[in-house]
Design a protein. Structure first.
Length: 461
């Protein structure tokens, strides 16, 4: 890896992010009542897209932001385009640093029609426009509750479920923060992200299902990115797919999610996720999977179906990282998904030095430090921040966060008693004989069993 390239500034990056931040601050107080010092937020956004096809519409919207919903759509499009350009620049630099080719661009597909769907989309757009006018500091329960009926009518329609889920979660966050005037800290970037994405999804065709094909060949897992929240958990397996026809290997992902009670944490989440995807057991056992006509999107997301997969031969993720990863092609990114937070590039690192300063860890590669995001190391596996600090090789995801590139460890190799030992974030995904893992799994089993018994008792009464 050319770690020196990751530290070099990218032309125009700071200016693009500054324009986004200025607009986000305008949303804090509301576009209906701009405050001194924040009144230029829409003008800064318009200036940032001057010379692009959006220029005229965004310039008009900047002057008449409260006049109509189309103006809010134009502002959301400009903000999304700016963050998309930031995503593209950061991803191009990352690919340059690791010398990996990227995938082809994805053309947007036509979406569903129907008068009923159009009416619901218009209603959602109206609610989102009201949010922008009032601002995050102006929200109250009356404003936020306006989404409830829209969401309830959208959910039965599969074509609208993506937007309905986003609106439902967004409204729940806003409701938990009411009244906005009492907030000490406003998550301006996050709420602006959710607002802009939701507003663009109200445009006919924007929420269309991604184009899919099929994949037949060998799937070689690299590692598991585990995400855990109070009420949900997700495991996303990053892998190299080798087509059976001898085509170019490519990077793919397979995800499984499940709701969970807040008492099930750590190793316990595997009991919720494991039954839904046999790939997790293969990851835990260090095996490949043989796929036959597995549905896959143009973005490289496998739409996992057990009938299209069977367990394959043993496959060491570090052997895959050393041999197959360098020649694999990155998956492309859909237009609406182009955001810096979505960057997660699989990388393999070795021959580095570890530097630890207080709680901050960095890998020094050819004299250039690369920050390590140990906060993303999950408690659901044998991988620990201490193991990462003492490792000699790492499979991880290259991300961009807080203004810098960082690597999220998925697996490491370290020497223990003169033997090379591998530790994986998903090492316990399929079960474990490790003493600590067995103890934690038993505690989680007891907790899940007790919850299921209580749930059954409630259903019977």
């Amino acid at each position: 890896m050319r770690a020196d390239l990751l530290a070099e500034p990218i032309a125009g990056l700071d200016e693009a992010l500054a324009a986004v931040d200025a607009f986000d601050q305008a949303l804090v107080t509301g576009l209906l009542r701009p405050q001194p010092g924040r009144a230029t937020g829409t003008a800064d956004l318009a200036q940032a897209v001057a010379g692009t096809p959006l220029a005229a519409r965004v310039a008009e919207a900047a002057e008449k932001a409260v006049a109509g919903e189309d103006h809010f759509v134009a502002l959301a499009a400009a903000r999304t385009a700016l963050l998309g350009s930031v995503h593209d620049a950061l991803l191009a630099r990352a690919r340059e640093a690791i010398a990996r080719p990227g995938g082809e661009e994805i053309a947007p597909a036509p979406g569903p029609g129907g008068q009923e769907a159009v009416n619901l989309l218009v209603a959602a757009r109206s609610w989102l426009s009201d949010l922008a006018r009032s601002g995050w500091q102006g929200i109250d329960h009356d404003v936020v509750s306006g989404s409830a009926r829209i969401v309830s009518e959208m959910l039965p329609d599969p074509a609208l479920r993506r937007l309905a889920t986003l609106l439902d979660g967004f409204a729940a966050e806003l409701a938990a923060s009411c009244p906005g005037a009492a907030l000490d800290r406003v998550p301006a970037r996050r709420w602006a992200d959710l607002w802009a994405r939701a507003l663009l999804l109200t445009l006919p065709g924007a929420a269309a299902a991604p184009a899919t094909g099929t994949a037949t060949g060998r799937l070689l897992p690299l590692g598991v990115d585990v995400r855990e929240h109070a009420t949900a958990a997700q495991a996303q397996v990053h892998a190299v797919f080798e087509p059976a026809d001898g085509g170019t290997p490519r990077l793919v992902r397979a995800s499984v999610s499940a709701p969970k009670p807040d008492t099930v944490v750590g190793v316990g989440i595997w009991q919720l996720l494991r039954p839904a995807m046999s790939l997790l057991a293969a990851v835990g056992e260090g095996r490949a999977m043989d796929l036959t006509d597995m549905p896959v999107t143009a973005e490289g997301d496998l739409l996992w179906s057990e009938e299209h997969a069977r367990q394959g031969e043993p496959a060491d993720p570090f052997a895959t990282a050393r041999v197959a990863l360098p020649t694999a092609t990155d998956a492309p990114t859909a237009p609406l998904d182009r955001h810096p937070a979505r960057i997660a590039v699989p990388v393999f690192l070795e021959g580095y030095d570890c530097q630890k300063d207080d709680d901050a860890l960095a890998f020094t590669i050819a004299g250039h430090p690369l920050a390590v995001d140990t906060d993303r190391v999950p408690a659901a596996g044998p991988l620990t921040p201490e193991a990462v600090a003492g490792a000699s090789a790492c499979v991880g995801l290259l991300r961009w966060d807080a203004g810098a590139y960082r690597v999220q460890p998925l697996a490491v190799e370290k020497t223990v008693r003169k033997k090379t030992v591998a530790l994986h974030a998903g090492g316990w995904a399929g079960g474990t004989t490790d003493k600590a893992g067995v103890k934690a799994e038993k505690a989680a089993t007891d907790a899940v069993a007790a919850l299921r018994e209580r749930a059954g008792r409630l259903l019977r009464t």
